[in-house]
Design a protein around this ligand. Sequence first.
Ligand SMILES: Cc1cc2nc3c(=O)[nH]c(=O)nc-3n(C[C@H](O)[C@H](O)[C@H](O)COP(=O)(O)OP(=O)(O)OC[C@H]3O[C@@H](n4cnc5c(N)ncnc54)[C@H](O)[C@@H]3O)c2cc1C
Length: 590
Amino acid sequence: MPEFNAPLRDMRFVLHDVFQAPSLWARLPALAETVDADTADAILEEAAKVTGNLIAPLNRSGDEEGAQWEGGNVRTPAGFREAYATYIEGGWVGLSGNPSYGGMGMPKMLAVAFEEMLYAAGSSFALYSALSSGACLAIDAHASEELKTTYLPPMYEGRWAGSMCLTEAHAGTDLGIIRTKAEPQADGSYKVTGSKIFITGGEQDLTENIIHLVLAKLPDAPAGPKGISLFLVPKVMVNADGSLGARNAVSCGSIEHKMGIKASATCVMNFDGATGYLIGEVNKGLAAMFTMMNYERLSIGIQGIGCAEASYQSAVGYARERIQSRAASGPVNHDKVADPIIVHADVRRMLLTMKALNEGGRAFACYVGQQLDLAKYAEDASERQNAEALVALLTPVSKAFFTDTGLESCVHGQQVFGGHGYIREWGQEQLVRDVRIAQIYEGTNGIQALDLLGRKVVANGGAALRLFAAEVRDFAHAHESPFGDRLVEALERLEAVSGWLLDQAKSDPNSVGAASVEYLHLFGYVAYAYMWSRMAAVAQSKQGEDEAFYGAKLATAEFFFARLLPRTLSLEASIRGGSQSLYGLAAEQF
Ligand SMILES: Cc1cc2nc3c(=O)[nH]c(=O)nc-3n(C[C@H](O)[C@H](O)[C@H](O)COP(=O)(O)OP(=O)(O)OC[C@H]3O[C@@H](n4cnc5c(N)ncnc54)[C@H](O)[C@@H]3O)c2cc1C
């Protein structure tokens, strides 16, 4: 497995130069005391060491050994326990957690960079703590003070982990039909009974306790999504003084054998009258769980970027070394029998596609992180509301576009290696296998697309989209970017298609479902065009400084606008193709 070096230079560029995070933090009282440019840089550098030196070396062996299930227990691969123990000493699980309960209170803009490094170093390892951070967020936002005080500190510390228990064998996308039951007890607790499948980190040997957040229904709950409640169910009961007591009636029935992320235990979890505590209000569990799911969706999106970055780094190294054939314009390597494959146009196309998508994605993740920080910390109510609307709009785009383009990038990275990309040695085939799940879990990318177009655009008559579009347009008019015209043209395409779809949705019930995936991609390319315009504007303003870095930014931006943004033309044509052709066949004709 090649080594992974965190792209620190690029992360600092995005954070400091493009989004000027330190000045934003300075004006938000909750962050002003916590973080500044130096602290952020120190955290990034430390994160680079932990992910590059501690976690990345376990990625290949973890994949080969996999997580093992033995009589109800899960054994993580060799080295994971020791690495996890060192990892949590750094406080990484609680990086952006609430300081009142032991979190570090760092902004999300910074945390997204850390998450990218973590997934790039090893998706399986990353998942063991990613679910904890999300669970903490849901507990912090919705649980009682007593639950917060008891559970958050050891979870932020990483001594206890979190899991997210939604899926059942018959209920994946459609959580309204779950069967897990929760019966109220005289002491205010509940007895939770049911079986959940596909639970990431439902059982493992890394932490003293696992705190399951479980969706279940009360006996008299209304049918459908409005009858779902959320429960905190510890693997080991917790005594009043915070010490661990008896085992709760929760067990791991088996783990799955999967295509990728083999070191991550994907568990069948059985709840047999397990003691649980209500989080939030009865029957409002889905809304509470969405706090966790929205966090996880951005995080899983970042899995796409992380894997793609790891793939890119190793593909570039290989393309510089591997010699095959001569450059079309004549030999470059006169003293060798052939030229390095990086001279060939098609290899450059693949590498530049990866680079443009990865760096566009990195900037967009930081931008969404900024909106999350504003939604949480801005003092002005309207600033908070705008940011919340943008977060809601952009979360499905981040999850699905980062992971769809993440897979595309990893496949390009594999292709750069030719046949050597298909065999184990170079790590490319593992990245393709590991990134693939990110398109499926946390709500499939098809469901993200429906969420974007149906709930976030059509349902509010395009209001949130108009907010985003106004910001993009303001930027294009106010800043000198060599790509301003092409940005506005792409934005107008998105607006025109959105208007057309709003109209179609009035008369055609299939129009949203038929267009949604292409629409999300169209949105994604426009969002990346905005990011590349912002990056290019900064790069242009730095003329004379670090020519190699800023010159590469402008050249990559040119590639994005010349070769990737035109994909929006075919996406528009496909969307306008409408829904009718999807219903030309009866089910038996397929
Ligand atoms: C490795 C792994 C880890 C996981 N980790 C967790 C976890 O920690 N916790 C947890 O609760 N779950 C977890 N999951 C479950 C995961 O979130 C679900 O698999 C996913 O949400 C899809 O549900 P499903 O598999 O039941 O597919 P289904 O819901 O049956 O969907 C099948 C197909 O139909 C499509 N579809 C369904 N409904 C619609 C619709 N209305 N419109 C259009 N298309 C539709 C879907 O997009 C998909 O393509 C994990 C799964 C895996 C494989």
